[in-house]
Design a protein around this ligand. Structure first.
Ligand code: 6CS
Length: 365
């Protein structure tokens, strides 16, 4: 009898058992989940069952959605199956602005959010829309985004006043301009109507080149370009290709004027209310994802450029700006940096100054 009980107990333990609720960690025996408690023990198995929604501004296959899907897999695996994260693609819960509001109200727990859609609420978040402010090399940008205290501490606190906790910032790659005029100098923007996100500062950036701007969700952009109610737009190459903007634009300008920045965000009350072990799991996974998403955006941007070049049905001129041409854009764009720092209502100049110093440390300039 005793032997039978011992054998049965052994079998239950060996099979892993669905006994997470009892606070045991046998469910992941032998698996290296990478998640450790302070004492160095595996934490998986200590998690209560829960389901989270993670909304993104992009479609399946695109960088943001793939990020959410990878994050979901890692969280599920590390929690021994206790935590399920549902990645949601653009449109499932409305536009980018609707999604931001939903996160703020706690209707979803997690979101990949572009700062450009909340620029009216968090003026300091508009720093990402300055042209030629961050380094042009995405690798250096990712280094700044990952380590900056100005962003990860000070700017985060600003967003948290609006119930948005940016857990990380990451690049989706260098942005390019598309148009029918072949943009090579600031003067080429004269009279163009450029599609931008919701940040008021984006108007200033394009005003400086003599263009007007129009805010639109990207879901309306293909039609607007096709009907020529909008003349130009900016996005990373992978997105220009996957949203097929090149089909309705004659040229792509590799301008290096800015990198597309996305934020992994959580609803602040929800995040602060998480059990410590769950919060640690989220933080650890967000940190790991920085290098994963960097590689993902490189692969997608390379494939995007190739797809545009090889699309013979929709020939697109690829213009790569020379250093001299870039210098002409910088000359016009740089006064907007100072305008942002000194004049834009609600902007904290200390965040700007600190970030500028952090960038200089990374670039060595
Ligand atoms: O242009 C936009 O608004 C979209 N672009 C990207 C790269 N991601 C989502 C965003 O909404």
């Amino acid at each position: 009898m005793l032997l039978s009980i011992l054998t049965l107990s052994f079998l239950l333990v060996a099979c892993g058992g669905d006994n997470e609720e009892e606070g045991t960690d046998e469910g992941n025996a032998g698996e290296d989940t990478g998640s450790e408690t302070e004492g160095g023990e595996e934490a998986a198995g200590d998690f209560e069952e829960q389901e989270w929604q993670f909304v993104t501004e992009e479609l399946q296959g695109e960088v943001q959605y793939e990020y959410a899907a990878e994050f979901a897999n890692r969280i599920n695996e590390k929690s021994g199956g206790a935590i399920t994260v549902e990645p949601l693609e653009y449109g499932a819960l409305g536009s980018e602005v609707d999604q931001a509001q939903l996160l703020q109200q706690g209707g979803v727990q997690l979101a990949v959010m572009s700062p450009g859609f909340t620029g009216g609420q968090v003026p300091d978040g508009q720093i990402f829309s300055l042209h030629y402010f961050f380094p042009s090399d995405p690798e250096l940008v990712q280094e700044v985004l990952t380590n900056s205290k100005a962003l990860n501490t000070d700017l985060r606190a600003k967003y948290e006043e609006h119930s948005i906790s940016p857990l990380s910032y990451w690049t989706e790659g260098s942005m390019a301009w598309t148009s029918n005029v072949g943009i090579e100098s600031p003067a080429d923007f004269e009279g163009l109507n450029v599609r931008v996100q919701e940040s008021p500062l984006m108007r200033e950036s394009y005003d400086a080149y003599g263009a007007t701007v129009q805010s639109l969700s990207w879901g309306e952009l293909y039609t607007a370009l096709d009907r020529e109610t909008v003349d130009a737009q900016e996005n990373p190459l992978f997105f220009i290709s996957s949203a097929s903007f090149h089909e309705v634009q004659d040229s792509v300008t590799i301008s290096k004027h800015n990198n597309y920045v996305a934020m992994t965000t959580a609803n602040t009350d929800w995040y602060n209310g998480l059990d410590e072990n769950v919060k640690a799991l989220v933080d650890e996974t967000v940190e790991e994802m920085q290098s994963w998403v960097f590689d993902e955006q490189i692969a997608q941007n390379e494939a995007g450029l190739q797809a545009i070049e090889e699309d013979t049905e929709n020939p697109t001129e690829i213009i790569e700006l020379t250093e001299d041409q870039i210098a002409a854009f910088k000359e016009v764009a740089e006064p907007v940096h100072q305008y942002y720092r000194d004049e834009v209502e609600g902007v904290d100049p200390a965040i700007y100054d600190k970030l500028k110093e952090e960038i200089a440390e990374v670039t060595g300039e």
